[in-house]
Unconditional design. Structure first.
Length: 368
């Protein structure tokens, strides 16, 4: 276990942006009552925010960053590092989202900026990297952006029907501002990896290894056959559910034992919003009431890398309390997962907001 302890990290602001367009389950399922009922029962998703103007995670991240900077009372020029957590880059992986966000925000040339290509588990991993950077004397303020958009997984711009499962995924980006501060609650992070589980959640045709294959039915390393649908990847739902409701639960217990704490010591348990069944099963096995486990996926869907931080913003922006103690667990591709214990003041949390703008310079046009 990679276990990290920090006693000098302060959260200065948290903001989350989503596209303005709301797609309901009835709309996606073409008002098929049986399909609507089945999908709602298994996932808990009733609607999601999706872009109808081809916004990207950078567009939403830019908006979230501006809102967070305003909340903190910071100038963009005061930032020393920018980390972008995403699996949906604007361009190729090498031309990272962090570079585009750096340009859009007008940051200094001596700002460190890079991407980490994680989605669902990005919050604990990104927070660990940002906190480690803040131990350096020259780095005092860090911006962590997390987010993914899904519209490029749709065929011809038309959202795939709910029966194909992609309705479960919403679009969002969040911005977290961190600074080095001696007077702060302890931050504790545990990180885990099981590389043998890569084959349960990945895009077999998404990189160089199988670039020669087309979209015909293929045989996967775990023995399953898979027919790629556009650019959407593969998920072994049974394996992912088993992993998240057994191994993840076990390590939450271990983490609490290490801290000499119980769930009663926390104001809330924030879980990656994979689907409602997984969230409820984890809560049941941890013996914690759902009243202390916020749910955002019913209105925003599974927002991948933004999931954990968006849920915090959705649940606690209006909380009337001096400080919150939260336990956060996010899990996903890799397989990778992490657990975080932190304190945050509700006054630094901005309510989730909608944004319609986009970075027009990045869109190519037909040559004359």
């Amino acid at each position: 276990m990679a276990y990290l302890e920090f006693d000098n990290i302060s959260i200065a602001a948290l903001a989350g942006a989503v596209p303005a367009h709301v797609q309901t389950l009835e709309e996606a399922a073409r008002r098929n009552p049986a399909q609507v009922c089945s999908f709602q029962k298994h996932t808990g998703v009733l609607q999601r925010h999706i872009s109808v103007t081809r916004q990207t995670s950078v567009d939403l991240g830019y908006a979230a960053a501006l809102k967070a900077l305003e909340k903190a009372g910071w100038e963009a020029q005061s930032l020393d590092a920018l980390i972008f957590m995403s699996q949906t880059p604007d361009f190729n992986a090498g031309t990272g989202n962090a570079f585009i966000a750096h340009y859009m925000l007008g940051l200094r040339e001596d700002v460190l900026a890079f991407d980490i290509p994680l989605a669902c588990s990005s919050f604990p991993y990104g927070l660990s990297v940002c906190s480690a950077l803040l131990q350096q004397p020259s780095i005092k303020r860090v911006l962590m952006l997390s987010g993914d958009t899904q519209w490029h997984f749709y065929e011809n711009g038309i959202p795939i029907a709910a029966a194909n499962g992609t309705f479960m995924f919403g679009e969002a980006s969040t911005a977290l501002l961190l600074e080095r501060h001696s007077d702060n609650s302890p931050l504790r992070i545990a990180l885990y990896t099981d590389g043998s589980g890569y084959k349960y959640l990945f895009n077999p045709l998404g990189g160089a290894r199988n670039a020669w294959e087309d979209d015909k039915k293929i045989l996967l390393p775990n023995g399953d056959t898979h027919t790629p649908f556009g650019k959407f990847g593969y998920m072994d739902g049974l394996e992912i559910t088993a992993f998240s409701t057994t191994k993840v639960v076990k390590h939450i217990h271990n983490f609490l034992d290490t801290q000499n704490k119980s769930l009663a010591d926390y104001d809330g348990l924030i879980l990656h919003q994979a689907n409602l069944q997984i969230v409820k099963t984890i809560a049941k096995r941890l013996k914690i009431s759902m009243e202390k486990v916020p749910v955002s996926l019913d209105r925003y869907g599974n927002t991948s890398g933004a999931s954990a931080s968006l849920t915090i913003a959705d649940a606690y922006a209006a909380t009337k309390k001096d400080k919150l103690s939260l336990l956060i667990c996010a899990f996903g591709t890799g397989l990778s997962w992490g657990i975080v214990s932190l304190g945050i003041r509700p006054t630094v949390i901005e309510p989730v907001f909608t944004y319609e703008g986009r970075f027009e310079e990045g869109y190519v046009q037909p040559a004359p």
